[in-house]
Design a protein around this ligand. Structure first.
Ligand SMILES: Nc1ncnc2c1ncn2[C@@H]1O[C@H](COP(=O)(O)OP(=O)(O)OP(=O)(O)O)[C@@H](O)[C@H]1O
Ligand SMILES: [Mg+2]
Length: 325
């Protein structure tokens, strides 16, 4: 059963310079109990896609079209009140990008978690505080630390507190946006272990967003590769790593060392060229200006529909790697 299913989702930002097509026709599936990665370079639309699943876009952004189904029910057409009462936080929660730096410095951590619980329950303050302490325990923080302020927490602890907050209303699906970015390798690993454990213990489904594909390799069952507002490859994680069919995926994988090779990271070159401006993306396949295999058709014909490689592997490319011409 699929927990989440998005089809042909388009999310645009309206700006003085024009329309930014941040998500431009995306299909996305999360099977119950699985962990799905979303990778791609900065600005390709990962956060926008995550926010759209929670219908929590900035004021100038909107879902223009598409469909969004959660556990078999259409949630795209729900009005804001119904969505807020029945879906956001209680079914789908998000750990926002950079959120660990967004804890309110003037409130104790347990009070902030208690406020998150209040969103969806009418429990009394005392009971909420007990729940907050239990949640801290769940994310491996000594519950007595809840009485402290965010500045007394390390970066890793603040991120754990954010995970506790996302768990506050007992959601089924959690979207973690760059959950380990800016943390050192050891803390990264601890957080990945924690997410893996929580997923198993609480029967969660996860969407993990990261520009760092090695983090996703550790955490995910499936991987989506996003380029310039579109998903260009999707599949089971081992399959994608062993047999990447899109030239962009191949570039991403070969430029990223594993988590263990952290010190090597700075020495790696990235894929030549820069991602396109989503105000005015290139005609044809959006990757063609950077693609080693681009031909005439790639400049003229839009990125093709996702093509089936196997049951659990799809690619959108005119000349996938490994194809016989
Ligand atoms: N409020 C906004 N108004 C206009 N454009 C926006 C807005 N928010 C994001 N964008 C643009 O939308 C595109 C997608 O942004 P998004 O933040 O989703 O990318 P991302 O893949 O999460 O990047 P990163 O890896 O840096 O977090 C980018 O081109 C970005 O500049
Ligand atoms: Mg982002």
């Amino acid at each position: 059963m699929n927990v989440l299913e998005a089809s042909d989702l388009k999310v645009y930002y309206h700006t003085a310079k024009g329309v930014v097509r941040a998500v431009d026709g995306v299909d996305f599936i999360v099977e119950e109990g699985t962990s799905v990665g979303l990778a791609g370079e900065s600005g390709c639309g990962k956060t926008t896609l995550g926010l759209s699943f929670l219908k929590l876009l900035p004021e100038n952004g909107a879902i223009e079209s598409g469909s969004l189904v959660f556990e078999g029910d259409d949630i795209y057409s729900l009005d804001e009140k119904t969505f807020r009462e029945n879906i956001r936080w209680s079914q789908i929660a998000m750990i926002f990008q950079g959120a660990m730096n967004a804890l309110n410095p003037v409130f104790k951590v347990e009070d902030q978690i208690s406020e998150a619980i209040k969103l969806h329950s009418n429990k009394k303050k005392k009971e909420r505080l007990q729940m907050a302490r239990d949640l801290l325990k769940k994310v491996d923080i000594d519950p007595t630390m809840g009485r402290h302020y965010p500045h007394e927490f390390s970066g890793g602890m603040r991120q754990r507190a954010m995970i506790a907050m996302a768990l506050a209303c007992d959601p089924k699906l959690i979207i973690a946006d760059e959950p380990t970015t800016a943390l050192d390798v050891i803390v990264q690993k601890q957080l990945m272990d924690l997410l893996r454990r929580l997923k198993a213990e609480m029967n969660l489904s996860l969407i993990v967003i990261s520009h760092d594909i090695s983090v996703l390799a550790e955490l995910c069952d499936y991987l989506n590769i996003m380029y310039a507002g579109r998903i260009v490859e999707w599949g089971e994680i081992e399959e994608i790593f062993e047999n990447p069919r899109h030239h962009y995926t191949h570039g991403l994988i070969s430029t990223f060392p594993t988590v263990e090779d952290e010190e090597k990271k700075s020495r790696f070159e990235f894929i030549p060229g820069a991602p396109p401006n989503l105000l005015d993306p290139p005609l044809g396949c959006r990757f063609h200006p950077r693609c080693p295999a681009a031909t005439e058709i790639c400049m003229q014909e839009p990125t093709p529909e996702m093509r089936r490689i196997s049951e659990k592997h799809y690619v959108a490319c005119h000349h996938p790697r490994g194809d016989l011409d």
